[in-house]
Design a protein around this ligand. Structure first.
Ligand code: PLP
Length: 222
């Protein structure tokens, strides 16, 4: 399938999901996750109308950035080692995986302007998952006010691989409730308006539960 065909199918699903919960599809940013595919395939995604690309490793990001540069908005979605921040900080538009103070400190040191960051939350509580425990997120956000170049734009999570829709919804709802609480504090360094949640298998449910940024790889670009 071409990316354009996949995107057409995906837009139908997104429109259905939006209709069922009274949202506007323009509220949703589709991030095509290109970590499994070539530069050519990433380029095809841009030609199909995608504007946002996501990579989870430094090498993949830099390889694609080298060819496609400013044609895309770049999202870093994987766990980020502090020592690699300086190599990607000028290329990325958003970081979805802020999960510790040392990383915030390094971003602050290397960035020349405020970097929009999502805080990664382990909303399902699975041991294998990265991210802060939901109970620790508010204190962490509070701590981040000392870093002028770190702007908390939202929360991100990876849902568990489960078939039970209700279990998934509960995870997404938990993230949304936490986002609402932080957003409502109106902290200057943490507007916290966005929710980065939903992947190939669960993006429709994530949209119904409030996702603003969905990160879709296999079902969109392969
Ligand atoms: C790979 C990846 C995705 C996309 O996963 P698919 O199931 O292929 O859509 C989304 N988010 C993160 C953090 C990823 O690493």
């Amino acid at each position: 399938m071409t990316v354009a065909d996949n995107l057409t199918n995906m837009m139908e699903t997104i429109e259905d999901a939006c209709r069922s919960c009274g949202r506007d599809k323009d509220e949703i940013t589709i991030i095509a996750v290109t970590k499994y595919v070539t530069v050519e395939r990433a380029k095809e995604a841009l030609e199909a109308g995608i504007k946002d690309l996501g990579e989870n490793r430094k090498e993949g990001l830099l390889e694609k950035y080298e060819s496609l540069g400013n044609e895309a908005n770049w999202h870093f979605i994987g766990s980020l080692q502090s020592r690699k921040v300086k190599e990607v900080i000028d290329q990325v538009d958003m970081i979805h995986s802020l999960d510790r103070k040392s990383l915030a400190k390094e971003i602050n040191k290397r960035a020349e302007h405020p970097v929009p960051c999502f805080i990664q939350v382990n909303a399902s509580g699975e041991e294998s998952k990265h991210g802060l425990s939901p109970d620790d997120v508010e204190a962490f956000v509070d701590h981040l006010k000392v870093y002028e170049q770190v702007k908390v734009v939202g929360l991100m999570t990876m849902a568990p691989h489960v078939d039970q829709e209700e279990e998934l919804r509960a995870v997404f709802r938990k993230l949304r409730a936490l986002r609402d609480r932080i957003r409502d504090k109106q902290l200057p360094h943490a507007p916290c308006e966005y929710l980065s949640m939903g992947m190939s298998n669960d993006y429709a449910i994530a949209i119904e539960e409030g996702a603003t940024h969905i990160r879709v790889g296999s079902s969109l670009v392969g």
